[in-house]
Write a protein that binds this ligand. Structure first.
Ligand SMILES: N[C@@H](CCC(=O)N[C@@H](CS)C(=O)NCC(=O)O)C(=O)O
Length: 207
């Protein structure tokens, strides 16, 4: 299997972490943000929104990182990252939706203003990030409560729901928004547990 993406991209990283949990290394075809590879006519045919990642499995191509994670989990044997039990599976989908709707938009504001804009030579606006803080904090409160007495969001086993949040937290920790994680004991312990896994180290370029 092959991934069109970039090692610094959050959406690429969650897909790479899923592959790593399955002990599979996909071929990574790097799209250069600075050169606008993701907006090239060739890539727009693969991903009509001009974004990454895209998965290619033989003749089959697909985009949307969360959908790709589900495909990768089912495509390979080994430990499943999706519970067999329907109620637990529904709970996993609930947390994936929370990540997408209630966590990531606010975390991304910190990432953009404090990390990615400066990385690409643009001035970030810290006030924009601070405006997102109350919503980010509200979601962190929900996650903190959900993680009480648990190793992972669903209990004792890691699932796609945990993996999907990691890329955003990793960068968030490098911004003033990181204290929303580090100040909450359950959330912080969960982050340390997940981010010390070999799969995350590999996906985030630390191994
Ligand atoms: N919903 C898409 C979002 C993909 C996305 O926003 N990718 C970013 C990199 S993490 C990107 O390509 N940004 C460039 C752009 O939007 O122009 C997914 O989950 O795959």
């Amino acid at each position: 299997m092959r991934i069109y993406g970039n090692p610094i991209s959050t959406c690429t990283r969650k897909v790479l972490a899923t592959f790593a949990e399955k002990n599979v290394t996909p071929e990574l075809l790097v799209l250069d943000f600075a050169k606008g590879d993701h907006k090239s006519p060739e890539h727009m045919k693969r991903q009509p929104f001009g974004q990454m990642p895209v998965l290619e499995d033989g003749e089959f191509q697909m985009y949307e990182s969360r959908a790709i994670m589900r495909y990768v989990d089912q495509a390979f044997p080994g430990t499943s990252l999706t519970p067999a039990d329907s109620k637990q599976r529904a709970r996993m989908e609930q947390w994936i939706s929370v990540e997408m709707s209630d966590f990531t938009p606010y975390a991304m504001t910190f990432l953009q203003e404090h990390y990615f804009k400066p990385m690409f030579g643009h001035q970030g606006d810290p006030a924009l990030a601070e405006a997102a803080r109350p919503k980010l904090a509200a979601c962190c409160d929900v996650l903190e409560k959900a993680l009480t007495g648990k190793q992972f969001l669903l209990g004792d086993s890691i699932s796609l729901a945990d993996i999907g949040v990691l890329p955003y937290i990793d960068y968030l920790m490098k911004t003033p928004g990181g204290n929303e994680i580090s100040s909450r004991p359950n959330l912080n312990a969960w982050w340390e547990r997940c981010s010390s896994r070999p799969s995350w180290k590999k996906a985030s370029g630390q191994a």
